[in-house]
Structure formats: C-alpha cells, structure tokens
Design a protein around this ligand. Structure first.
Ligand SMILES: NC(=O)c1ccc[n+]([C@@H]2O[C@H](COP(=O)([O-])OP(=O)(O)OC[C@H]3O[C@@H](n4cnc5c(N)ncnc54)[C@H](O)[C@@H]3O)[C@@H](O)[C@H]2O)c1
Length: 348
C-alpha cells in the first residue's frame, strides 16, 4: 500500500514543539500525528527559524530541511502538506501548495485571517480537487464524536440550549491587522466549530465584545448569542480576564444534558426525583466510553488520507473551517452595531 509523503511548513508549537510537553497526551502536533500514522511519512520540513528547523529535523529524523516553503514544494513532490504557521500565512501557503500540485492539505485553524481569504482557499482547493482539512481537532476526539452520537440519537431529547466558553488570560494590545482577532478568533474558533458540529446550522447571531484598546486592536472578550436553525439557542464566550484556561460546552436537551470540555465529559438524564414527590430531575449517569481512544492528531491525517483514497468528505473540511470563521466575524460585526442580529448565509 502506498505511503504518503508529507512535508510540514511551520515547525513551531503546534507543528512540532508541543510534543516536548510531558503533560500532554501524545501525539499532539502535526509532526507527531504524521509520525504515528503508518501510511504517512514525514519527508521534509520548513521554517524561517533555523534553530526550530534543526530541532524539528533532529527530533523526527528528517534531513530535507528548508527555510523557504516554495523550495520545499518545488523539490519534494509531496502528497500532503501540513501548514502550521501563523494564521495570516495559511492563505498564501495553501495557494502555493495547490499550484505545486500537492494532493491534500492539512491546515491549522483558524482557516484564514479574513472571510475573503478563507473563501478563496476553499474555492481554489475545490476547483483543483485538493482536499483541505482544517485542524479543529476535537472533531476527531472520540468523546466529542460520542457526544454527537448521543445528541443525534435523541438521548438527551431535543437540544434546547448550548452554552460554551473558551477562557484564558487577557491578551496584550495587538493590532487586528496582524493578529486577526483575540480569544474568540484563536481559541474560540474551536468553540464555534463545535457549535456547528454538535448543534447544526445557525440562523443568526448577536455579538457583544469588550475591546478596551479600540477597533484597530483585538478584543479582550467577545460573546455571541445565536439561534440554530432547529430553534435551539446558543450562548458563547471567548474571552480573557481569567487566571486559568477553560474550555467547555454545556448541551441542554429536553430530556438530558451533556457537559463536555477540557476537564472531562458528563451525561445527565431525566429521572424520577428522590427529593420532590411528583417531580423529575436530571441525574448523572456514566458517559459511554468510546470503544477505543486515538489522539485527534492522528485523526486529522487519517481523514485526509481516507479522503484522498475514497473521495469521501471528512469531518473537518475547509468548508467547515470557513463556517466557523464566518460566525466569528459575524459576532464582531454584530458587536460593532450594538448587538444587531446578523444572519448567516446558508451554503447548503
Ligand atoms: N489546533 C490547535 O489546538 C492549535 C494550537 C496552537 C496553535 N494553533 C494554530 O497554529 C498556527 C501556529 O501557531 P503556533 O502556536 O504553533 O505558532 P508558533 O509561532 O509556535 O509556530 C509557527 C511557526 O511558523 C514559522 N513560520 C513563520 N513564517 C514562516 C514561513 N514563511 N515559512 C516557514 N515557517 C514560517 C515560525 O518561525 C514558527 O516556528 C496558528 O494558526 C494557530 O492559531 C492551533
């Protein structure tokens, strides 16, 4: 069976370095995910930072190292390119990879710096038949997949409300032009993506934000309230002002509730109350364990290779990444108009 040749652009934290964090589950980087997957082989790497590039080469035993991604794309006849550079570089790198004739692209989130760029990336890949997979990695986490199955099977009844947060410390003053956005953009993209994955399509959003350094700088915190097409409501916060990192979704249905996030996963179902006669309450039951656990970082590479072999669309496409980005910018747009509802254009 063919082994797919993979090159990595960006040998930084998510590209390779986080693998050195002894506390994280492994693999937890692009290089680690490719290395762990038998059908793929990491053959080349590129970074403008020479030290990082050397470190990457030594860690993974890769000799073909480049400081210019165009040279790597020209010399290596890659099947797959992983793009793990800063977000404003995703669009030009995807474009160059498609032009160089790669067969598939695994790109970091958020998909792009702007909706316009994201749309151009998705269009270009579709026109050239190149699958584009976006690393919203929780989609390949078996616990999130289980949560989705529970929701779809009606285990918690009809979804009424989804509440979510992605919280950490307040970001410094940084220009929108260079950084794209603040916490709602960087970590919030995972949250927004999961709203679609777990809750379905969204009709409209009303956004609010705290942007202490003015419109030219990124937000400290942004909030979104949205209505799903199925009538459920969502409330999310992507924000700073915390001394901890927190990531959680609370999915409340007509007959149960799922809590899922970085701290674990819980399931509650409706039961006869032991405390009040004639009442029903939610009782915690065990969250069904997935049959086997595999790092979501292997899942991303696996999905891309499956897509290349079968043509079947995967769980986290460029289109999905673009939807997340459109929602984030709709939150910002609404926030700039005091929370006026912004309708999302359906592409179905
Ligand atoms: N999926 C996740 O959970 C997750 C986590 C962290 C970061 N990210 C995303 O990954 C991307 C990178 O973030 P990071 O934290 O790893 O940043 P980082 O700064 O650690 O790594 C980026 C690397 O890209 C390199 N680079 C910059 N310009 C380049 C060029 N022209 N050619 C080759 N290499 C170049 C930099 O030198 C750096 O080593 C961002 O889009 C970020 O949003 C995703």
């Amino acid at each position: 069976m063919k082994t797919f040749k993979v090159g990595l652009i960006g040998c930084g934290r998510i590209g390779s370095l986080l693998e050195e964090d002894s506390l994280r589950g492994k693999p937890c980087t692009h290089a680690g995910g490719v290395h762990a997957f038998k059908k793929a082989r990491l053959v080349a790497g590129c970074d403008i930072d020479e030290k990082r590039l050397m470190r990457f080469g030594n860690t993974w035993g890769v000799d073909n190292l480049y400081s210019d991604f165009s040279d790597m794309l020209r010399n290596e006849s890659l099947d797959i390119v992983c793009i793990a550079t800063w977000t404003h570089l995703h669009a030009p790198m995807v474009k160059a990879a498609v032009k160089a004739g790669v067969r598939g692209i695994f790109c970091e989130k958020p998909i792009a710096h702007s909706v316009r760029e994201g749309r151009a990336m998705v269009r270009l890949c579709a026109q050239n038949g190149v699958p584009l997979v976006i690393n919203h990695e929780r989609r390949w986490d078996p616990h999130y997949q289980k949560a989705r199955q529970l929701i779809r099977s009606g285990k918690i009844g009809e979804v009424r409300t989804i509440i979510g947060h992605a919280l950490s410390q307040s970001p410094p003053k940084l220009p929108v032009e260079t950084y794209g956005g603040g916490p709602m953009f960087h970590d919030g993209t995972h949250l927004v993506d999961l709203l679609y994955y777990l809750g379905g399509d969204i009709d409209w959003v009303s956004g609010h934000e705290n942007r202490p350094n003015g419109p030219k700088n990124i937000e400290e915190t942004a909030w979104g309230m949205m209505r799903f097409k199925n009538g459920a409501m969502g409330f999310i916060e992507g924000g700073g002002g915390r001394r901890y990192f927190g990531f959680e979704l609370d999915i409340q249905g007509s007959a149960g509730r799922i809590l899922i996030g970085n701290s674990g996963h819980e399931l509650y179902l409706t039961r006869k109350s032991n405390r009040f006669t004639g009442f029903k309450e939610l009782e915690q039951v065990s969250f069904p364990s997935p049959k086997k656990y595999q790092s979501p970082f292997i899942g991303g590479v696996q999905e891309l290779i499956r897509n290349l072999r079968t043509g079947e669309p995967g769980l986290s496409s460029g289109e999905d990444g673009l939807k997340a980005l459109e929602l984030i910018f709709a939150i910002y747009r609404s926030a700039s108009k005091n929370g006026k509802q912004v309708y999302l254009h359906s592409r179905n």
